[in-house]
Write a protein that binds this ligand. Structure first.
Ligand SMILES: O=c1ccn([C@@H]2O[C@H](COP(=O)(O)O)[C@@H](O)[C@H]2O)c(=O)[nH]1
Length: 468
């Protein structure tokens, strides 16, 4: 969570836009908290900040659109400001069609086929959004992306995603509660009470297990609670790549050269820093610069597996230069608790928990995988994804499945030390991997960039054939 979002959330609370107590919602049901963003129009500076954050989100997610439409009424001033900031026309959806004159449902200039984004203040059941979407689609515009300020986490978001829309929210209620607790505005007891009450009222739709393999990466962004996963999903969608390069090479010069050549084609550059010769601060900075230039994340595949106290110190060092770190669940909860509470903890750094291994006769059992996933769920703001081999490992579409042991050659099924390989189509379509890890299949080639592009194309085509 960045500082702007945090400060804005505190301001919302101070301005009375977030309230705790006993409230009756539009649906008639009772709630222990209320989000009233109608008050925002009385605070022009906050209004401007809010619309800048929504506009930044729109650019970050690389959303292409022609027009903006707000859900009446609270989101109307928000969509107006966003229209001004992005210099894109706005359309106005009437709540009731006029009985006279043009009888237009949607006012403003637009063309059939125009891509229209929808803006809403709070998502509860999603029904108000769907009413606006229906009217906008009925006049021939196309809706793909929905922006909202807060998701009340009551099933509406899932409903929208299940219908194929990409939803982009600034906050979930859980994130708001966490910020307010960190700022000592509310207590842990209050959060527990609110969450328990929220669970009682969550639409049954939310418990329908979505087939994560069928959801696009764009649609899964809103389902993740981990900032690093949000970033990774965004990179994958923007660059059309689900390829992670395992740069298992000793020579730092070769590593940097590989990163630069293959960088445009990958979402993650994975290394084992402890095998690299002469990996100093200078080279770390150089790798970070290349990652920024080509928009990929750096993963340290250290598979941390010690007691929490040791792991905390290891994590502190590694998170200075890596965005993602692999962690074994074998030590139990302490390993994730330690990372979460590490001094200098950077919330943008994410963990990939190892739930299964690719090597033959490894000692991981189905029960171990299940218990690993229970930990992943408990620490879902920290855990970006799961290293595993099979789609049965987990269902939550907010986690990213990363699967190693991939080779384009069908004839290569193993190495002499127990590594097992599958083809890109098999790991992505059958095994539901979101990201395939490829090492020697690329780094041993005389032209790594050429072969990496072949892998990228095959992996991406397999992903496209899998999603709805
Ligand atoms: O289960 C696992 C977990 C991690 N790895 C890592 O992936 C690469 C695979 O390299 P190849 O050359 O493509 O075999 C390597 O860095 C491993 O440490 C894995 O293989 N299996």
């Amino acid at each position: 969570m960045n500082e702007k979002l945090r400060d804005f959330c505190v301001s919302l609370y101070k301005m009375g836009c977030i309230k705790f107590g006993q409230f009756t919602l539009k649906s008639g049901r009772e709630s222990t908290f209320y989000i009233d963003l109608r008050q925002l129009i009385s605070f022009p500076i906050l209004m401007d900040e809010l619309c800048s954050m929504l506009t930044s989100l729109l650019y970050e997610r690389d959303v292409k659109f022609d027009t903006i439409c707000g859900v009446p009424y609270t989101a109307l001033p928000v969509s107006t400001l966003m229209s001004v900031k992005t210099n894109k026309p706005m359309v106005l959806r009437r709540k009731e069609a006029k009985a006279y004159g043009t009888k237009q449902l949607v006012e403003g200039k637009y063309k059939e086929g125009n891509k229209c984004i929808i803006v809403e203040d709070v998502i509860s059941t999603g029904s108000s959004i769907l009413e606006t979407v229906a009217d906008v689609e009925s006049v021939g515009m196309v809706v793909k992306d929905i922006f909202a300020i807060v998701d009340r986490e009551e099933g509406g978001l899932q409903t929208l995603i299940n219908r194929g829309y990409s939803v982009h929210c600034l906050y979930s209620v859980s994130q708001i509660l966490k910020i307010l607790k960190n700022e000592n505005i509310i207590t842990a007891d209050m959060i527990e009470k609110i969450q328990a009450d929220k669970a009682k009222h969550t639409s049954p739709l939310i418990s329908i297990p979505v087939n994560r393999g069928k959801l696009s990466f764009e649609n899964r962004i809103a389902l993740s609670k981990c900032p690093a996963a949000v970033k990774l999903f965004t990179i994958m969608a923007q660059k059309s790549t689900n390829l992670c390069l395992a740069a298992d090479v000793l020579d730092i010069k070769k590593i940097l050269q590989l990163a630069d050549e293959v960088g445009p084609l990958i979402c993650i550059f994975k290394i084992h820093a402890d095998i690299i010769e002469n990996y100093s601060d200078k080279e770390r900075d150089e790798l970070k610069n290349i990652a920024t230039r080509h928009n990929f994340m750096i993963m340290e595949d250290r598979k941390l597996a010690d007691i929490g106290n040791t792991v905390r110190m290891q994590f502190n060092q590694i998170s200075k230069w890596a965005n993602l770190i692999t962690v074994h669940s074998i030590p139990g909860f302490g390993v994730l608790e330690a990372i979460k509470n590490a001094e200098n903890f950077n919330p943008d750094v994410g963990v990939f928990l190892v739930a299964e291994l690719s090597s033959e006769n490894n000692l991981i059992t189905p029960d171990y995988t299940k218990k690993t996933m229970a930990l992943a769920e408990k620490y879902s703001t920290l855990v970006a994804g799961i290293v595993c081999q099979f789609p049965t490992a987990f269902t939550n579409p907010g986690f990213i499945q990363m699967t190693p042991g991939v080779n384009i050659e069908e004839s290569i099924v193993n190495d002499s030390l127990g590594q097992q390989y599958n083809t890109p189509a098999k790991v992505i379509v059958e095994r539901k991997a979101d990201i395939a890890v490829v090492g020697r299949g690329i780094v041993n080639s005389s032209n790594p960039a050429d072969i990496a592009e072949k892998y990228r194309q095959k992996l991406w085509a397999a992903y496209l054939s899998r999603v709805q």
